[in-house]
Ligand binder design. Sequence first.
Ligand code: UDP
Length: 247
Amino acid sequence: MPKVFSVLGIPVHVMNDYAGWLLDCLQHSRGSHVITLNAEMTMQAQQNPSLANVIENAELVIPDGAGVVLYLQWLLWQKVQRCPGIELAEKLLHAMGQQQIDKQVFFYGGAPGVAAQAAAFWQQQIPSLHIAGTHSGYHSAEEEQQLQQTLAQLQPQVILVGLGVPRQELWIAQNRHLCPQAIWIGVGGSFDIWSGTKSRAPAWLGNNNLEWLYRLYKEPWRWRRMLALPKFAIKAFVYRFTARSAT
Ligand code: UDP
């Protein structure tokens, strides 16, 4: 069972083996919504009650971002490892291949063709993986209805949704009833990485909690969104050292 901590009032779940937990869900057809929490999302949730409510109700909230991990380490004295959502999704897909778990996977999100390219990449990596379908994240309302029908018919058991935050979290919460036994993971820009459209930060930056700096360098337009990071740091200290309970 995961331990639950609060980061600025937002829950985060801490355990050793997130992939094992997901495989257990998969084997027992236990539906779950996985949220990959970072400092930006935490700050958004403070302003957006719908997002906060979705995170509160998710079965698994993983410490995806360096800010969240540092909060848990420095302010709550927890031994916590960062678990980037993209790596958790990769572990899950690899484990499904290795353990020959014959469950269907669906990729939804990204610019036209990107999810399909990401699926082709995974199919090459793991030929036994059963990718039931893909759908781009830019479409009309009618196409969305079609997508919903497709999901209800196919009943894939792993549904990766890459629409960005908070769109993907809200979309999953609204649509998870279509496939109640599925694992739904909001994967942000992972399809861009797997399709080769974008690259991830070198491991040494990630290991030093600096992946955000690489993203800023590659996508300078993010600077406004990233102002959330210093705001998170200030708020974290104030929050922790005022009267409120931190766990
Ligand atoms: N995206 C999408 N539909 C939209 C808006 C965004 O499919 O209406 C995709 C976009 O193409 C990208 C992903 O959502 O692949 C967002 O990636 P980003 O790295 O910005 O995610 P975040 O930082 O929010 O996790």
